[in-house]
Design a protein. Structure first.
Length: 226
């Protein structure tokens, strides 16, 4: 990690043009920091910050922690998807939108990590795997062209909103902190889908959507436990 950072520092200092190798190293550094580094700093205040901690019983805490681990793993995937797409998306305006959405996902990653810490629980041990798979999918979507790449964002965000709805139903009603985080995430994910539609997203074929749902099921089921 240190070597990669030093290399990037030299690249910036010498103001050289990025080669594919530079970009590869930059992407690798970003991946390592996302998966193994400390939680990122959120740009916006944590929506749960001012809310009181509920007096949850052991089962409620355990469930909330497992759900928060799924959401954290989902945000690791979101980082990887957007970072993968940012590498391959062609139009500059789409690339900017991808990076803006990725910044908001960064907030989600920070908030879910903080909530997991408050529960004294751990993030998914398989995060490196989720990251690698999602990065590859994001990069492939970007290569297919911007309208498909955006279509992929729309479908992903719609699935995330559905998951969040399910989690909000399962969480204890007294757990205002967890609920505030998921509420804000839900709003943001819906906005990401709308922006992608307005930017010219194509509707994905049903078999692709089914495959995405299946992959999401594997990730969410696994991340609940490990
Ligand atoms: Fe998110
Ligand atoms: Fe999103």
């Amino acid at each position: 990690m240190l070597l990669v950072s030093c290399y990037l520092y030299l690249v910036f200092m010498t103001d050289r043009t990025y080669t594919p190798f530079d970009q590869l190293l930059g992407g690798l550094d970003q991946a390592l920091r996302t998966v193994f580094g400390p939680p990122p700093e959120a740009q916006r205040p944590n929506p749960a910050a001012a809310l009181p901690e509920a007096d949850l019983d052991a089962a409620q805490r355990e469930l909330a922690a497992c759900l928060m681990r799924i959401n954290h793993a989902g945000e690791i995937c979101a980082q990887a998807l957007y970072q993968g797409q940012a590498v391959t998306a062609q139009l500059p305006n789409v690339r900017d939108k991808m990076e803006q959405a990725a910044a908001e996902e960064n907030d989600h990653l920070a908030w879910t990590a903080e909530r997991l810490r408050e529960f004294g629980s751990h993030t998914s041990y398989l995060n490196p795997l989720w990251y690698a798979g999602s990065f590859a999918i994001g990069a492939a979507a970007g290569l297919m062209g911007d309208k498909w790449s955006l279509g992929f964002v729309v479908e992903t965000e719609r699935q995330v909103v559905k998951h969040l709805d399910g989690h909000l139903e399962q969480l204890a009603s007294a757990d205002e902190k967890s609920r505030a985080i998921l509420d804000q995430m839900r709003e943001d994910e819906g906005k990401h889908a709308t922006v992608a539609i307005e930017s010219g997203a194509a509707a994905l074929p049903e078999p692709v959507r089914q495959t995405m749902r299946l992959m999401s099921k594997v990730m969410t089921t696994t991340a609940y436990w490990i």
